[in-house]
Design a protein around this ligand. Structure first.
Ligand SMILES: C[S@@+](CC[C@H](N)C(=O)[O-])C[C@H]1O[C@@H](n2cnc3c(N)ncnc32)[C@H](O)[C@@H]1O
Length: 424
């Protein structure tokens, strides 16, 4: 069968005898014979067995876990193919969900395609008398032990190795996840646990003895809905990472948001700032620790950042104080609750939206339209949520002026999209 398209996770799509096939490890225009993995009424899940007419953009996956682990989806494509895949993904999703056919600029590449992540979360699993760390297979809860992740920074991999070695003969049954965050030589570990950890004290003894420039947190979470709960306990060492950019020191706590790929973040932020004019009154909803908000304040008349995580807003306020930026303000709260009050203090504001994966939703978008926001600069990590929100904004009299993908997550099927809308 011939691969005629890609689905949203980068699997090849083929059609035969009225059925749609989703084929793993198959690129556009390739002729493949497949092994069937699962057969449903209208579609079939399969993987390629023999490939004829290899697509010239096929690449050899670098990671030994690629065909098992669900962490990456696109290592079998070269950079050119994966950037094009992401551009088409944005375009097609907007067509399908928002009903618009807009020009999508070429996807902006990351300066690094491997070892770019400053945060990684590993699943913990007890077997063979020890605790092992890894990921799940794509779309399942089947555990795959990972010794090294090619997307994670070197520092994260070194700490993963250290932690895995310590626990290899220690069955830590309450441990669910290990989150590692790294900036320069600083590292923060968060053990996500559903109860008391029996080996924590002996781990801390050995962690201290190694003189890492790091800190350790516990996160108690008995629910399986989210990886982290809001219940953090600092148990040793650094309380936060310090990220210094352009002479600005930002404090990053375990729950604080930080763009995960430092090797593209600046390009995205500079583009956002290019859509802010001198004299603009700006509201930066979902502002995280406020670095982008600060950058905007160096250009705009005024800017207020809104964020619901207390540690992030505390760090943002410290940043504003240290830079003595009087046109910069931060507000702690849920955007749904506090946005209206902030919009009431502005005149024809420019809005920056960078919501979590699920998007903004009707309440927030209606408030923006009511406040006559003149321009909306929307950053999204989910083309589907973006398209749903855009559909609503179009119905409120906005039109799309600019759309571009940023390869924030190379080798995976995820893409960050920047979209600019203006009031008609
Ligand atoms: C994708 S991040 C964007 C952060 C920031 N723009 C940046 O570049 O670092 C989304 C942020 O929104 C915050 N958030 C999520 N839901 C929120 C809500 N309902 N109200 C306020 N902030 C929220 C999260 O804590 C997170 O910091």
């Amino acid at each position: 069968m011939k691969i005629i398209d890609y689905d949203i996770s980068g699997e090849g799509v083929a059609k035969e005898e009225g059925k749609v096939y989703f084929v793993k490890n198959a690129l556009l225009n390739e002729e493949v014979t497949v092994e069937i993995l699962a057969e449903e009424k209208n579609f079939v899940r399969a993987k390629s067995k023999v490939i004829k007419n290899e697509n010239p953009n096929r690449a050899v996956p670098q990671c030994p876990y690629f065909f098992k682990c669900g962490g990456c989806q696109l290592e079998h494509m070269n950079k050119c193919e994966s950037l094009l895949f992401k551009q088409n993904l944005i375009c097609n999703t907007l067509k399908k969900i928002a009903g618009i056919d807009v020009r999508v600029e070429e996807t902006v590449a990351s300066d690094k395609d491997y070892h770019y992540r400053n945060k990684s979360v590993f699943v913990a699993k007890v077997y063979d008398g020890g605790t092992h760390f890894g990921m799940y297979e794509e779309g399942s809860k089947n555990f795959v032990e990972i010794k090294k992740c090619l997307l994670a920074s070197d520092g994260i991999n070194e700490m993963l190795f250290f932690v895995a070695q310590f626990f290899e003969d220690k069955p830590e049954r309450n441990l669910k996840h290990l989150m590692l965050r790294q900036i320069d030589d600083q590292i923060l570990l968060t053990f996500v646990a559903q109860g008391k950890l029996n080996y924590l004290d002996s781990f801390l003894t050995i962690f201290k003895a190694n003189n890492f420039n790091g800190g350790v947190y516990l996160n108690f979470n008995s629910s399986d809905e989210e990886i982290l709960s809001g219940n953090f306990q600092h148990v040793y060492g650094l309380k936060n990472l310090t990220l210094i950019e352009d002479g600005v020191a930002q404090k990053i706590y375990p729950a604080s948001f930080l763009q995960v790929n430092t090797f593209i973040k600046e390009k995205l932020y500079q583009k956002v700032i290019s859509f802010v004019n001198v004299g603009d009154e700006v509201v930066d909803a979902y502002c995280g620790s406020g670095y982008l908000t600060y950058l905007i304040s160096t250009k705009a008349k005024s800017v207020v950042g809104i964020e619901s995580v207390p540690a992030a807003i505390k760090a943002a306020k410290q940043l504003a104080l240290s830079k003595k930026q009087t046109n910069l303000k931060f507000v702690l709260g849920d955007v749904n609750d506090v946005l209206k009050g902030q919009l009431n203090k502005t005149h024809l504001p420019t809005i920056i939206l960078d919501p979590p994966r699920k998007g903004c939703g009707k309440k927030v978008l209606t408030m923006l339209a009511d406040a006559m926001a003149k321009r909306i600069v929307y950053i999204s990590c989910s083309p589907i949520s973006l398209a749903k929100d855009i559909k609503l904004l179009l119905s409120y009299g906005y039109s799309v002026k600019f759309t571009q993908g940023y390869d924030m997550f190379p080798n995976t099927a995820n893409v960050e999209t920047l979209m600019v809308l203006e009031k008609n």
